[in-house]
Write a protein that binds this ligand. Structure first.
Ligand code: UT7
Length: 325
Protein backbone atom coordinates (compact mmCIF):
# COMPACT_ATOMS: atom_id res chain seq x y z
CA UNK A 1 0.00 0.00 0.00
CA UNK A 2 1.42 3.36 -1.07
CA UNK A 3 1.71 6.13 1.51
CA UNK A 4 1.72 9.89 0.95
CA UNK A 5 3.97 11.92 3.24
CA UNK A 6 4.61 15.61 3.76
CA UNK A 7 8.15 15.89 2.38
CA UNK A 8 8.68 19.65 2.68
CA UNK A 9 6.96 22.80 3.92
CA UNK A 10 7.14 26.52 3.21
CA UNK A 11 5.39 29.81 3.85
CA UNK A 12 5.27 33.41 2.76
CA UNK A 13 3.77 36.43 4.43
CA UNK A 14 3.84 40.04 3.21
CA UNK A 15 6.42 42.25 4.94
CA UNK A 16 3.84 44.79 6.16
CA UNK A 17 2.66 43.98 9.69
CA UNK A 18 -0.41 45.90 10.88
CA UNK A 19 -1.02 46.15 14.63
CA UNK A 20 -4.32 46.48 16.49
CA UNK A 21 -3.20 49.97 17.46
CA UNK A 22 -2.94 50.97 13.79
CA UNK A 23 -6.45 49.61 13.10
CA UNK A 24 -7.84 51.59 16.01
CA UNK A 25 -6.89 54.72 14.04
CA UNK A 26 -9.02 53.52 11.11
CA UNK A 27 -12.20 52.15 12.77
CA UNK A 28 -13.88 52.36 16.18
CA UNK A 29 -11.97 49.52 17.87
CA UNK A 30 -9.18 49.04 20.39
CA UNK A 31 -6.34 46.65 21.17
CA UNK A 32 -8.05 45.37 24.33
CA UNK A 33 -11.25 44.31 22.49
CA UNK A 34 -9.39 42.57 19.66
CA UNK A 35 -6.95 40.74 21.98
CA UNK A 36 -9.53 39.60 24.52
CA UNK A 37 -12.22 38.57 21.99
CA UNK A 38 -9.94 36.95 19.39
CA UNK A 39 -6.33 36.62 20.59
CA UNK A 40 -5.11 38.68 17.60
CA UNK A 41 -2.36 41.28 18.12
CA UNK A 42 -1.21 41.86 14.52
CA UNK A 43 -1.64 40.56 10.98
CA UNK A 44 0.39 40.72 7.74
CA UNK A 45 -1.24 42.75 4.97
CA UNK A 46 -0.33 42.77 1.28
CA UNK A 47 1.17 45.96 -0.12
CA UNK A 48 0.58 44.66 -3.65
CA UNK A 49 1.41 40.95 -3.70
CA UNK A 50 -1.58 38.98 -4.93
CA UNK A 51 -2.60 35.46 -3.95
CA UNK A 52 -0.64 33.81 -6.78
CA UNK A 53 2.64 35.56 -5.88
CA UNK A 54 2.33 34.58 -2.23
CA UNK A 55 1.36 31.01 -3.17
CA UNK A 56 4.31 30.74 -5.56
CA UNK A 57 6.79 31.97 -2.94
CA UNK A 58 5.47 29.52 -0.34
CA UNK A 59 5.63 26.72 -2.94
CA UNK A 60 9.25 27.47 -3.84
CA UNK A 61 10.11 27.47 -0.13
CA UNK A 62 8.46 24.04 0.28
CA UNK A 63 10.13 22.61 -2.85
CA UNK A 64 13.52 23.73 -1.50
CA UNK A 65 12.74 22.15 1.87
CA UNK A 66 11.72 18.86 0.16
CA UNK A 67 14.93 18.93 -1.89
CA UNK A 68 13.21 17.99 -5.15
CA UNK A 69 13.30 19.59 -8.59
CA UNK A 70 10.45 21.79 -9.82
CA UNK A 71 10.16 19.43 -12.82
CA UNK A 72 9.30 16.59 -10.40
CA UNK A 73 5.98 18.23 -9.44
CA UNK A 74 3.02 16.32 -10.95
CA UNK A 75 0.15 18.20 -9.29
CA UNK A 76 -0.50 21.68 -7.86
CA UNK A 77 -3.60 22.27 -5.73
CA UNK A 78 -4.25 25.77 -4.41
CA UNK A 79 -6.90 26.28 -1.74
CA UNK A 80 -8.12 29.87 -1.74
CA UNK A 81 -11.26 31.98 -1.45
CA UNK A 82 -9.42 35.08 -2.68
CA UNK A 83 -8.09 34.08 -6.13
CA UNK A 84 -6.45 36.70 -8.36
CA UNK A 85 -9.06 35.95 -11.05
CA UNK A 86 -12.17 33.80 -11.62
CA UNK A 87 -10.18 32.20 -14.40
CA UNK A 88 -7.45 31.07 -14.82
CA UNK A 89 -7.10 29.29 -11.51
CA UNK A 90 -4.54 30.55 -9.01
CA UNK A 91 -2.89 27.10 -9.28
CA UNK A 92 -2.28 27.65 -13.03
CA UNK A 93 -0.80 31.08 -12.25
CA UNK A 94 1.50 29.46 -9.67
CA UNK A 95 2.47 26.79 -12.19
CA UNK A 96 3.44 29.54 -14.66
CA UNK A 97 5.40 31.56 -12.09
CA UNK A 98 7.45 28.64 -10.77
CA UNK A 99 7.76 26.83 -14.12
CA UNK A 100 6.35 23.46 -12.99
CA UNK A 101 5.63 22.43 -16.57
CA UNK A 102 4.94 18.74 -15.81
CA UNK A 103 2.12 19.41 -13.37
CA UNK A 104 -1.67 19.52 -13.58
CA UNK A 105 -2.96 22.51 -11.61
CA UNK A 106 -6.34 23.52 -10.20
CA UNK A 107 -7.95 25.35 -7.26
CA UNK A 108 -10.14 24.18 -4.41
CA UNK A 109 -12.83 26.42 -2.95
CA UNK A 110 -13.57 25.39 0.61
CA UNK A 111 -12.57 28.63 2.35
CA UNK A 112 -10.85 28.09 5.73
CA UNK A 113 -11.17 24.28 5.38
CA UNK A 114 -9.58 24.43 1.92
CA UNK A 115 -6.15 23.16 2.93
CA UNK A 116 -7.66 20.05 4.59
CA UNK A 117 -9.83 19.41 1.51
CA UNK A 118 -6.77 20.00 -0.70
CA UNK A 119 -4.64 17.44 1.15
CA UNK A 120 -7.43 14.91 0.82
CA UNK A 121 -7.93 15.48 -2.92
CA UNK A 122 -4.20 15.56 -3.67
CA UNK A 123 -3.53 12.35 -1.74
CA UNK A 124 -6.34 10.52 -3.57
CA UNK A 125 -5.17 11.74 -7.00
CA UNK A 126 -1.56 10.80 -6.25
CA UNK A 127 -2.59 7.24 -5.44
CA UNK A 128 -5.05 6.74 -8.31
CA UNK A 129 -2.97 8.53 -10.99
CA UNK A 130 0.50 7.41 -9.87
CA UNK A 131 1.73 10.95 -9.23
CA UNK A 132 5.00 11.04 -7.27
CA UNK A 133 4.99 14.62 -5.96
CA UNK A 134 2.36 17.28 -5.42
CA UNK A 135 2.19 20.75 -3.91
CA UNK A 136 -0.81 21.73 -1.79
CA UNK A 137 -0.99 25.44 -1.03
CA UNK A 138 -3.31 27.50 1.15
CA UNK A 139 -3.06 31.11 0.03
CA UNK A 140 -5.16 34.18 0.73
CA UNK A 141 -5.16 37.87 0.01
CA UNK A 142 -8.11 38.67 2.26
CA UNK A 143 -7.19 42.35 2.59
CA UNK A 144 -8.54 43.01 -0.93
CA UNK A 145 -11.91 41.45 0.03
CA UNK A 146 -12.36 43.15 3.38
CA UNK A 147 -14.61 46.11 4.03
CA UNK A 148 -12.07 48.26 5.87
CA UNK A 149 -14.91 50.30 7.39
CA UNK A 150 -16.53 47.23 9.04
CA UNK A 151 -14.90 46.82 12.48
CA UNK A 152 -16.60 43.47 13.05
CA UNK A 153 -14.53 41.85 10.26
CA UNK A 154 -11.58 44.09 9.31
CA UNK A 155 -9.71 43.40 12.56
CA UNK A 156 -9.88 39.62 12.12
CA UNK A 157 -8.13 38.69 8.91
CA UNK A 158 -4.60 38.62 7.49
CA UNK A 159 -2.80 37.72 4.25
CA UNK A 160 -0.28 34.97 3.54
CA UNK A 161 0.40 31.54 2.10
CA UNK A 162 1.63 28.17 3.31
CA UNK A 163 2.57 25.17 1.18
CA UNK A 164 3.50 21.52 1.58
CA UNK A 165 5.14 19.10 -0.85
CA UNK A 166 3.47 15.69 -0.78
CA UNK A 167 5.52 12.69 -1.91
CA UNK A 168 4.84 8.99 -2.39
CA UNK A 169 6.74 6.96 0.20
CA UNK A 170 6.92 3.67 2.10
CA UNK A 171 6.86 5.61 5.38
CA UNK A 172 3.51 6.20 7.10
CA UNK A 173 2.19 9.65 6.19
CA UNK A 174 -1.27 11.16 5.80
CA UNK A 175 -3.84 9.03 7.62
CA UNK A 176 -7.62 8.94 7.35
CA UNK A 177 -9.21 12.30 6.63
CA UNK A 178 -12.67 13.63 7.25
CA UNK A 179 -14.34 16.40 5.23
CA UNK A 180 -17.91 17.62 5.50
CA UNK A 181 -20.02 20.60 4.46
CA UNK A 182 -23.42 22.14 5.18
CA UNK A 183 -24.57 24.24 2.22
CA UNK A 184 -27.81 25.24 3.93
CA UNK A 185 -25.68 27.69 5.96
CA UNK A 186 -23.99 29.22 2.90
CA UNK A 187 -24.86 32.77 3.98
CA UNK A 188 -22.94 32.63 7.29
CA UNK A 189 -19.76 33.87 5.55
CA UNK A 190 -19.78 35.28 2.03
CA UNK A 191 -17.57 37.02 -0.51
CA UNK A 192 -19.90 37.35 -3.44
CA UNK A 193 -18.98 37.37 -7.15
CA UNK A 194 -20.25 39.32 -10.17
CA UNK A 195 -23.72 40.87 -10.30
CA UNK A 196 -26.27 38.69 -12.09
CA UNK A 197 -26.93 41.18 -14.83
CA UNK A 198 -27.19 41.08 -18.60
CA UNK A 199 -29.61 42.43 -21.23
CA UNK A 200 -31.54 39.17 -20.76
CA UNK A 201 -31.97 39.34 -16.96
CA UNK A 202 -35.20 40.93 -15.70
CA UNK A 203 -34.56 40.77 -11.95
CA UNK A 204 -30.92 41.73 -11.45
CA UNK A 205 -28.99 40.40 -8.48
CA UNK A 206 -26.50 42.94 -7.20
CA UNK A 207 -23.75 41.20 -5.27
CA UNK A 208 -21.39 42.37 -2.54
CA UNK A 209 -17.76 41.48 -3.21
CA UNK A 210 -16.69 42.32 0.36
CA UNK A 211 -16.48 39.72 3.11
CA UNK A 212 -19.56 39.42 5.30
CA UNK A 213 -19.75 37.17 8.36
CA UNK A 214 -22.40 36.30 10.93
CA UNK A 215 -19.77 36.04 13.66
CA UNK A 216 -21.85 34.54 16.46
CA UNK A 217 -23.40 31.89 14.23
CA UNK A 218 -19.99 30.88 12.88
CA UNK A 219 -18.55 30.81 16.41
CA UNK A 220 -21.17 28.25 17.51
CA UNK A 221 -20.60 26.16 14.40
CA UNK A 222 -16.81 26.31 14.87
CA UNK A 223 -16.81 25.22 18.53
CA UNK A 224 -19.03 22.23 17.83
CA UNK A 225 -17.31 21.08 14.61
CA UNK A 226 -13.73 21.42 15.88
CA UNK A 227 -14.44 18.90 18.65
CA UNK A 228 -16.56 16.66 16.40
CA UNK A 229 -13.86 16.57 13.69
CA UNK A 230 -11.04 15.73 16.12
CA UNK A 231 -13.08 12.91 17.67
CA UNK A 232 -13.93 11.53 14.21
CA UNK A 233 -10.23 11.41 13.28
CA UNK A 234 -9.37 9.58 16.51
CA UNK A 235 -12.15 7.07 15.88
CA UNK A 236 -11.34 6.48 12.19
CA UNK A 237 -7.62 6.02 12.89
CA UNK A 238 -8.13 3.88 16.03
CA UNK A 239 -6.31 6.35 18.25
CA UNK A 240 -6.80 7.89 21.69
CA UNK A 241 -6.29 11.59 22.29
CA UNK A 242 -3.16 10.71 24.36
CA UNK A 243 -1.57 9.31 21.17
CA UNK A 244 -1.63 12.76 19.56
CA UNK A 245 1.44 15.01 19.87
CA UNK A 246 -0.05 18.18 18.41
CA UNK A 247 -3.33 19.55 17.14
CA UNK A 248 -2.94 22.27 14.53
CA UNK A 249 -6.30 24.04 14.25
CA UNK A 250 -7.45 26.69 11.81
CA UNK A 251 -6.55 29.98 13.50
CA UNK A 252 -9.84 31.91 13.71
CA UNK A 253 -10.17 32.78 17.39
CA UNK A 254 -8.24 31.64 20.50
CA UNK A 255 -11.59 31.30 22.30
CA UNK A 256 -12.59 28.54 19.83
CA UNK A 257 -9.32 26.70 20.56
CA UNK A 258 -9.71 27.21 24.35
CA UNK A 259 -13.20 25.71 24.11
CA UNK A 260 -11.89 22.64 22.22
CA UNK A 261 -9.07 22.13 24.76
CA UNK A 262 -11.57 22.20 27.65
CA UNK A 263 -14.04 19.88 25.93
CA UNK A 264 -11.31 17.37 25.02
CA UNK A 265 -9.70 17.77 28.48
CA UNK A 266 -6.37 18.64 26.88
CA UNK A 267 -3.72 21.13 28.01
CA UNK A 268 -3.81 24.17 25.73
CA UNK A 269 -0.17 23.60 24.72
CA UNK A 270 -1.24 20.51 22.72
CA UNK A 271 -2.70 23.06 20.29
CA UNK A 272 -0.36 25.14 18.14
CA UNK A 273 -1.51 28.75 18.23
CA UNK A 274 -0.04 31.63 16.21
CA UNK A 275 -3.14 33.74 15.57
CA UNK A 276 -1.68 36.56 17.73
CA UNK A 277 0.86 37.27 14.97
CA UNK A 278 -1.02 36.39 11.74
CA UNK A 279 -4.75 36.91 12.41
CA UNK A 280 -7.11 34.62 10.50
CA UNK A 281 -5.50 33.78 7.14
CA UNK A 282 -8.29 31.37 6.11
CA UNK A 283 -6.95 28.50 3.94
CA UNK A 284 -3.36 29.59 4.66
CA UNK A 285 -3.54 29.35 8.44
CA UNK A 286 -2.86 25.62 8.85
CA UNK A 287 0.07 25.33 6.38
CA UNK A 288 1.62 28.55 7.77
CA UNK A 289 1.42 26.98 11.25
CA UNK A 290 2.96 23.68 10.05
CA UNK A 291 5.77 25.58 8.36
CA UNK A 292 6.44 27.68 11.45
CA UNK A 293 6.51 24.58 13.67
CA UNK A 294 8.95 22.89 11.25
CA UNK A 295 11.18 25.99 11.29
CA UNK A 296 11.15 25.96 15.09
CA UNK A 297 12.01 22.21 15.00
CA UNK A 298 8.95 21.38 17.09
CA UNK A 299 7.95 18.44 14.86
CA UNK A 300 9.79 15.15 15.29
CA UNK A 301 9.73 12.15 12.94
CA UNK A 302 6.95 9.82 14.05
CA UNK A 303 4.84 12.56 15.68
CA UNK A 304 1.11 12.21 15.24
CA UNK A 305 -0.63 15.48 14.39
CA UNK A 306 -4.26 16.34 13.78
CA UNK A 307 -5.03 19.22 11.42
CA UNK A 308 -8.54 20.61 11.85
CA UNK A 309 -10.36 23.32 9.90
CA UNK A 310 -13.78 24.98 9.62
CA UNK A 311 -15.16 27.89 7.64
CA UNK A 312 -17.40 29.29 4.91
CA UNK A 313 -19.67 26.92 3.06
CA UNK A 314 -20.10 25.96 5.80
CA UNK A 315 -17.24 23.46 5.56
CA UNK A 316 -15.18 21.53 8.08
CA UNK A 317 -12.76 18.66 8.29
CA UNK A 318 -9.66 17.13 9.84
CA UNK A 319 -6.70 14.96 8.86
CA UNK A 320 -4.22 12.80 10.72
CA UNK A 321 -0.58 13.38 9.80
CA UNK A 322 2.22 11.00 10.74
CA UNK A 323 5.17 13.40 10.58
CA UNK A 324 7.78 11.75 8.37
CA UNK A 325 10.71 14.17 7.93
O1 UT7 B 1 -12.36 31.59 9.60
C1 UT7 B 1 -13.69 31.28 9.33
C2 UT7 B 1 -14.39 30.97 10.57
N1 UT7 B 1 -14.59 32.18 11.33
C3 UT7 B 1 -14.74 32.10 12.65
O2 UT7 B 1 -14.60 31.04 13.21
C4 UT7 B 1 -15.14 33.34 13.40
C5 UT7 B 1 -16.13 32.97 14.50
N2 UT7 B 1 -16.62 34.13 15.22
C6 UT7 B 1 -15.87 34.81 16.11
O3 UT7 B 1 -14.69 34.51 16.28
C7 UT7 B 1 -16.52 35.88 16.94
O4 UT7 B 1 -17.93 35.77 16.83
C8 UT7 B 1 -16.09 37.33 16.55
C9 UT7 B 1 -14.62 37.57 16.91
C10 UT7 B 1 -16.27 37.55 15.05
C11 UT7 B 1 -16.93 38.37 17.30
O5 UT7 B 1 -16.75 38.19 18.70
P1 UT7 B 1 -18.01 38.18 19.68
O6 UT7 B 1 -17.50 38.00 21.04
O7 UT7 B 1 -18.96 37.14 19.14
O8 UT7 B 1 -18.56 39.64 19.52
P2 UT7 B 1 -20.00 40.13 19.02
O9 UT7 B 1 -20.08 40.02 17.53
O10 UT7 B 1 -21.06 39.46 19.82
O11 UT7 B 1 -19.95 41.65 19.41
C12 UT7 B 1 -19.91 42.08 20.77
C13 UT7 B 1 -19.82 43.59 20.81
C14 UT7 B 1 -20.86 44.29 19.94
O12 UT7 B 1 -21.24 45.47 20.59
P3 UT7 B 1 -22.63 45.52 21.44
O13 UT7 B 1 -23.71 45.21 20.44
O14 UT7 B 1 -22.50 44.47 22.50
O15 UT7 B 1 -22.66 46.92 21.95
C15 UT7 B 1 -20.09 44.68 18.69
O16 UT7 B 1 -20.63 45.79 18.03
O17 UT7 B 1 -18.55 44.01 20.31
C16 UT7 B 1 -18.74 45.00 19.27
N3 UT7 B 1 -17.64 44.86 18.33
C17 UT7 B 1 -16.48 45.52 18.46
N4 UT7 B 1 -16.04 46.39 19.40
C18 UT7 B 1 -14.79 46.86 19.26
C19 UT7 B 1 -17.59 44.10 17.20
N5 UT7 B 1 -16.40 44.24 16.61
C20 UT7 B 1 -15.71 45.12 17.37
C21 UT7 B 1 -14.40 45.66 17.27
N6 UT7 B 1 -13.99 46.52 18.23
N7 UT7 B 1 -13.55 45.33 16.26
Amino acid sequence: MKEVIIGGVGKYTPSRKVTNEQLSNMVDTNDEWIRSRTGIQSRYVSSGEDTSNMAARASLDAIKDANISIQDIDLIVVATCTPDMFTPSTACLVQGIIGAENAVAFDIGAACSGFIYGLNVAKSLMITNNYKNAIVVGAENLSKSIDWKDRSTCVLFGDGAGAVVLSISDTKGIGHSFCKSDGTKWDAITIEGNDLDSPFVKDKIIRNSKLKMKGNEVFKFATSTIVKSINKILEDNNLNIEDIDYIIPHQANTRIIDYAAKKLKLPIDKFYINIHEYGNTSAASIPIAISEMHEKKLLKKGNKIILVGFGAGLTYGATLINWAI
